[in-house]
Design a protein around this ligand. Sequence first.
Ligand code: HEM
Length: 504
Amino acid sequence: VSIGLPQDRSKPPVVFHWFPFIGSSVQYGSDPLTFLFACQEKYGDVFTFILLGRRVTVALGAKGNNFVLGGKSTVFNAEDAYKHMTSPVFGDDVVYAVPNQQFMEQKKFIKIGLSTESFRTYVGMFEDEVETYLNNEPIFKSYQDPKGAGEWGSFDPCQVIAEITILTASRTLQGKQIRAALDKSFAELLADLDGGFTPMNFFFPNLPLEHYRRRDRAHKKISDFYIDIVKQRKAKGENHELDMINALSGQVYRSGKPMSDSEIAHCMIALLMAGQHTSASTGAWAVLRLAENPDFTEKIYQEQVKFFGAPNGQLRPMTYEEARELPLMNALIRETLRLHPPIHTIMRHVREDVPVPPSLAAPSKDGVYVVPKGDYVLASPTVSHTDPRVWRSAMKFDPYRWIDPEGMAAQALETYVDEHGEKIDYGFGAVSKGTESPYQPFGAGRHRCVGEQFAYLQVGTVLATLVKELEFRLPQPFPANNYYTMIPTPQAPRNVEYRRRRRN
Ligand code: HEM
């Protein structure tokens, strides 16, 4: 197709569609992965489709991931792609609302808060929140009644894990004032704010609709609430809590300007929103996998007995060092993230024409492909997560693939060197080898997730505590993905049955 570029260049193939503006929106929107796989089969790893009037150029496979996520941030730009959706929710002075340089500094400050010292104190808090939840939620009544041991009850893992996720994140990272506020109207405000975080808001960030008004009202109230906490703590000189508010208070940019109270508040909101659905979805899918595979769950339990078994037959509380070492638990999380990564597509806006390397897509007869300025580029690590050329029995849930020596060889700590030559070490939990990797549940490169270690610890401790207390079974076939939500969720029916674990 000639597009007015120099003769030896051409645009990638465009996915066939009937209607110009609608393009492939319906197919992509209802089942993005089936759509992407079908297009990959037909057009190869690089192609363009039309999404509500926008041209989206997809680059698949490990090389495609590298093309998009390893691209220069000034050329493949995240702010242009995300800020309309995120700024009304997070605030207009953090993350994608500010120049990337400034956000990278904010990310570094956040990293300081995610320290080993804090994590050591968090493990016990996670366990405590889960135990308290099991002991108090009516849905777990057959667990609560000691005579009920042996009785099966049932719960929706999405609802339960979402509640446990917000309780555990607020108790630890967010701090005790936020945890206390959750028992009040704050939870409703969060739900309103969350209502503004849907795929629709990506395309229509501001419409005169009630849910946008609720989002904006909620943002203002939550923002004021956090700013108030920051101010009060500063006034009282309180900084002994190992939470993120304290870690951010007092951080100073390279320019010499300290982080403002509003920036601290808005980073806190961004962390809350970035971590909630991602960790909750991972935990919910993992519980479904445990329920589907009782033999594996038993092995997870035996792993705990091995690590934490006390002579009285009980399990003692785990430490941070132990929690991060549990091989089967880590394999469960890795495999869950391989098959059910919460973020299935990553977008950037293209600011300059970019040639596609021939190693990613062979040039057409008109010359090398070029992604034109104005397109969006899309990487989908999820597609490479189930690429049969990379993974044996790619669609099979097989946590042991992460434990055998070959699987382990694929693991390396990822480090990323920023533009100041500073090395950011993503540390434990990281599995991919930089931007060109088939396994990237936490993204890669400059925008890589800052919360990975926290998420591993939180999800791992929550799951370990649930397995310590409960046995699971799945009363229906394993649920399919619902892609209409921002983060793929298991379609109903998706109940998990549980009973109190009998200890010897
Ligand atoms: C970015 C995944 C948990 C904070 C990302 C990205 C992915 C991701 C794929 C890259 C997005 C892109 O390149 O456009 C996940 C998964 C999680 C998780 C799978 C849990 C299982 C968390 C948690 C936090 C967090 C718990 C906070 C404590 C962030 C932030 C970014 C990010 C701030 C933006 C980074 C940037 O654009 O530079 N996450 N995340 N995430 N994540 Fe996570």
